[in-house]
Design a protein around this ligand. Sequence first.
Ligand code: GUN
Length: 293
Amino acid sequence: MQLIDGNKTAQIIKDEIKAEVSAFVQEGKRAPHLVAILVGEDGASQTYVSHKMKACEYVGFRSTNLTFPASTSEEDILVAVHNCNNDPNIDGLIVQLPLPKHVDYMKVIMSILPEKDVDGFHPSNVGKMVMGLPTLLPATPYGVLELLKRYNIPTSGKTCLILGRSLIVGTPMSIMMGRVGVDATPIMAYRHTNQDDMKKFLAMADILIVAIGVPGFIKGEDLKEGVVVIDVGTTRVADASKKTGFSLKGDVDFDSASQKASFITPVPGGVGPMTVTMLLKNTLEAYKNANIF
Ligand code: GUN
């Protein structure tokens, strides 16, 4: 079994981005600029955004975190997005999800200029992804693909089971695994999947990508020998031994799954660091596409 080290891979990619940014700046160009809009006080969202801002600093990007109280109106959030859309000194814009219940998050996502949508959530970018056109890809599935690529894990002709159908991970992941160049056979399963079928899919999968948010849901006994396991789950579970009071748990029972897997991602330190890194990669891409040279 080989551990897929997301921290190490993310570091390599961040250093590649940093070198590219440094070359642009040395030519007298401004640095790429990412803006994150954060609404409310959700602890996990605050942590994610702070990781994103720190990563920007590391690679030499400018970053701005616009924070709003949970009571902010949808209209005010739309105005903030609009202002970022119109600011030529901003290349990438993300609105951290989830948004408070009174805000229509789809309306907010659809208000982001597709060229600045470095999360790859806008229907225009999702549509391009489905059609195999160049576009900004959603950071988490993009990070998973990058891990498979950098670990030389073959995907062509492989059966890939994707658990979870979220718009952020499961749905785009299932599309991306079937794209030309990846050439896997994606199967997407979720809470409505027949449980007998689920057992068969798990036993068939050469690559298993799990993004359901149920700690330890997948056990080694259900898996095929030699499976590649990608665990996207990061649930906060109370843990008195930790300073923060919680630890992060994946959707896969690591100990039993690693007995069957040829490759496996740990939680934390697997997919998580890649999400932030691919967001940086998208921001650099949006900067280069922005015709500011
Ligand atoms: N919430 C959970 N994951 C993500 C993500 O990738 N981007 C944004 N904007 N919000 C999230």
